[in-house]
Ligand binder design. Structure first.
Ligand code: BES
Ligand code: MN
Ligand code: ZN
Length: 494
């Protein structure tokens, strides 16, 4: 896994400012108030900080509410090569504190960093934001090992602060990002499963179902997606039993298409390379399970991922083929590029039959249409249960992960009717109109009566071309923090 920035808390010592190597960060308020450490830095620099605060640029600089860092290079009177002035209110929200940490990560580079955080209220969140924004995926860069400098955060109540939860969350997010960033020749279905099995060391129980077993179970819709590829299809089950014995678990289900060529309904070449991220749903399930295990969540949660590769070949499923799902319903595969739902429906059915979960949430980079509708700011949220859905939206909002509810019809609704097939129980594609909704509608047909369920279409948010508040370009890890919080809010005991 990619390395997390080494970070630690230490008790405040303003004498460290003068001699610290690398960079030193101090905090001032937007109305220009200095704390003790800022005043010391000001004295060392013979009033440079005060002159900055009094300048026109400081007062009128940036849109209010946005975190900013003003760098003063080679400050006189200090050993450091830069003094980073972080502009931040004394009381901040969780999200503001994380974004402040991220702002420091952006200017930090490879240098060691001393953050003089004073008594700030959300220093742990600042640390989390810093680690998440300092992420780099360098597994395939041929470069000499550069030493990345560590971060020390000085705080007046350092002994009351802990990085355990921060590390559990960061580790989960970073695992998801690594999986999503990994190219498909490296992250094959087998490699993916192996990485999940490794998580047994964290106390998770992990099972791998191979093709023979999936065939026995009747998961033909899942298997038909992978049958054109030399990589064997697999379903991996990760169990975390931190809750009471016998408590029905929450089930998390992920689409894990390690590469989506479209199959015989081949995608056009432009942008096809992005389809290495088509296992993003499975990546989020894996990262969330990691976080839950690392922080010892007092809840029962089971994560299931369907790992397949969608390739054209003489063995591949053809447009027009009819296959039978584990549930027993038949599906006419009118487009082999609408493969995600074929994978998910069997895994969802299996999860319900085996675990009788209290609720079920699936995540998938399912449709390009959700990007047309919501862009890269929000995942599409579809649900048959207002209570679970509202709880999720609240958790996502608290974590700063965009999520927007979309409509869903019942069985027999006009949306559902779009899936009617002439020769089978349904077809796997509704047509151009309401593409994301009909995909969700397809999945709804595999949700058992009374099962609270959320479908998250993360095609727009799993990996993006530009940087986001807490991530550099590429995989974001969207969803790990929201799901972790949902588990804490709704499924954890005591
Ligand atoms: N994996 C894609 C959806 C996708 C598109 C994810 C862009 C991330 C970015 C999915 O399997 C797919 O191919 N969907 C098709 C469906 C079409 C055939 C109805 C699409 O959205 O174009
Ligand atoms: Mn596809
Ligand atoms: Zn796909």
């Amino acid at each position: 896994m990619s390395r997390l920035t080494p970070i630690s808390f230490a008790s405040s010592d303003i004498d460290a400012i003068a001699s610290a190597p690398g960079r030193v960060a101090i905090i001032v308020t937007p109305d220009g108030k200095m704390d003790k450490a800022a005043r010391r830095a000001n004295r060392l620099t013979k009033g440079a900080v005060a002159r900055l605060l009094a300048s026109d640029g400081f007062a009128t600089g940036e849109p209010a509410g946005q975190t900013r860092v003003i760098t003063m290079a080679w400050p006189a009177g200090m050993a450091a090569e830069a003094l980073d002035v972080l502009v931040l209110e004394r009381r901040t929200s969780v999200i503001e504190a994380r974004r402040a940490g991220a702002a420091l990560a952006k200017v930090k580079g490879d240098k060691a960093l001393l953050v003089m955080a004073g008594g700030m209220s959300r220093a742990e969140d600042l640390a989390l934001g810093l680690i998440l924004r300092d992420y780099r995926f360098e597994a395939h860069k041929t470069a000499p090992d550069t030493e990345v400098g560590g971060v020390t955060i000085h705080h007046t109540k350092a002994d009351e602060l802990s990085l355990d939860t921060v590390r559990a969350i960061a580790d989960g997010v970073v695992m998801t990002r690594d999986l999503v960033n990994e190219p498909a020749n490296v992250l094959t279905t087998t490699e993916f499963a192996d990485r999940l099995v490794e998580m047994q060391t964290l106390g998770l129980t992990v099972e791998v179902l191979d093709e023979a077993r999936l065939e026995e179970l009747g998961m033909r819709t899942l298997l038909c997606v992978g049958q054109g590829s030399d990589s064997p299809s697999k379903v991996v089950v990760m169990m975390w039993n931190g809750g009471a014995d016998g408590d029905a678990p929450l089930a998390l289900i992920g689409k894990g298409v390690v590469f989506d060529t479209g199959g015989i309904s081949l995608k056009p070449p432009a942008g096809m390379e992005d389809m290495t991220m088509d296992m993003g749903g499975a990546g989020v399930v894996a990262g969330t399970m990691r976080t839950l295990a690392m922080r010892g969540a007092k809840a029962n949660v089971v994560g299931l991922v369907g790992l397949v590769e969608n390739m054209p070949s003489s063995n591949a499923v053809r447009p027009g083929d009819v296959v039978r799902s584990m549930k027993g319903d038949t599906v006419e595969v009118v487009n082999t590029d609408a493969e995600g739902r074929l994978v998910l429906c069997d895994v969802m059915w299996y999860a319900q039959e085996r675990f009788k979960p209290a609720g079920m949430i699936d995540l998938a980079t399912l449709t390009g249409a959700i990007i047309v509708g919501l862009g890269h700011e929000n995942a599409g949220v579809f649900s048959n249960d207002d209570t679970l859905c509202k709880a999720f939206l609240k958790a996502a909002d608290a974590e700063g992960e965009g999520a927007w509810r979309m409509p869903l019809g019942s069985g027999g609704s006009a949306y559902d009717d779009l899936l009617k097939s002439r020769i089978a129980d349904m077809k796997n594609l509704g047509g151009r109109a309401a593409g994301s909704i009909t995909a969700a509608q397809f999945l709804l047909r595999f949700v058992q009566d009374g099962m609270p369920w959320i479908h998250l279409d993360i095609a727009g948010v799993a990996s993006v071309k530009g940087e986001t508040p807490l991530a550099p370009k590429g995989a974001t890890g969207w969803g790990v923090m929201a799901l972790n919080r949902l588990v804490a809010d709704m499924f954890e005991r005591g």
